[in-house]
Design a binder for this molecule. Structure first.
Ligand code: GRF
Length: 188
C-alpha cells in the first residue's frame, strides 16, 4: 500500500485533484494533507475530502524532526509537494530518499529557484515574451527546484496571453498530468 502525504501552502486545487484521482485505487491512499499556513484553503478541501490535516509552523518544520517523526508514525512512504513554499529540511529528505516529488509551474531549469512560485513565474514568462511554458515534475533535493526531472509537459504562450491566461493553461496541464505521473512512479 502506498500512503501519500501531500504538502501545500495555498489553495490546494492540485491536492484535491490528486485525492480524487486515487479515490477508487485500493493500493494508494492519500493519508495526510499538511500545511505551514493555518489559513490555507487546502485545509477546507481536506475537511471536505475527509482527510487528516496537520498545520505546522516554520520552526517545527525547519528546526526539528517533529514532522519527519509524525510522517513515520503514519507510515507515509511518499511525499507530494503541491504548491508548498518552504524548502525541505535535510532530516526529511534523508528519511524519504527519492520519495519526495514536487510540481513546478514552468519548464525547469528556466524560471525556477527562490521566489519563483505561482504567478511570479507566469509574470516572468509573459514579460520575457516566451512562446511556450509548461510544468515540471521532479524529485526534491535540498535546493529549490533542482532535483532530477521526472516529467515535463508544454503549452504555447501567445503574444496576447496575460499571465492569468498562462496560469490557466498551466493549471490544466497540472490537473491532467500530476496524478498520472505519481501513479506511474508508484507502479514502477
Ligand atoms: C501550482 O501552480 C503548482 O505548480 C505550484 O503551486 C501551485 C499550487 O496551486 N507549485 P494549488 O494550491 O494546487 O491550487
Amino acid at each position: 500500500m502506498t500512503r501519500i502525504a501531500i504538502f501545500a501552502s495555498g489553495s490546494g486545487s492540485n491536492a484535491e485533484n490528486i485525492v480524487n484521482y486515487f479515490k477508487e485505487n485500493d493500493n494508494v491512499t492519500i493519508s495526510l494533507i499538511l500545511t505551514n499556513k493555518a489559513n490555507a484553503y487546502v485545509l477546507e478541501r481536506a475537511k471536505k475530502l475527509n482527510i487528516e490535516a496537520l498545520v505546522f509552523n516554520k520552526t517545527q518544520f525547519l528546526e526539528t524532526d517533529e514532522i519527519t517523526r509524525f510522517l513515520a508514525k503514519k507510515n507515509i512512504n511518499m511525499i507530494v509537494l503541491a504548491g508548498f513554499l518552504l524548502k525541505m529540511p535535510e532530516n526529511l529528505i534523508k528519511s524519504f530518499p527519492d520519495k519526495i516529488i514536487n510540481i513546478h509551474p514552468a519548464l525547469l531549469p528556466k524560471y525556477g529557484g527562490k521566489g519563483m512560485y505561482g504567478d511570479n513565474v507566469h509574470k516572468a514568462v509573459v514579460e520575457n515574451k516566451e512562446t511556450e511554458s509548461g510544468i515540471t515534475i521532479h524529485y526534491v533535493n535540498e535546493n529549490y527546484d533542482e532535483g532530477k526531472i521526472i516529467f515535463q509537459a508544454k503549452c504555447e504562450v501567445s503574444s496576447t496571453d496575460s499571465y492569468e491566461d498562462v496560469a490557466a493553461k498551466i493549471h490544466e496541464l497540472e490537473y491532467e498530468h500530476f496524478p498520472k505521473a505519481i501513479d506511474s512512479l508508484i507502479r514502477k
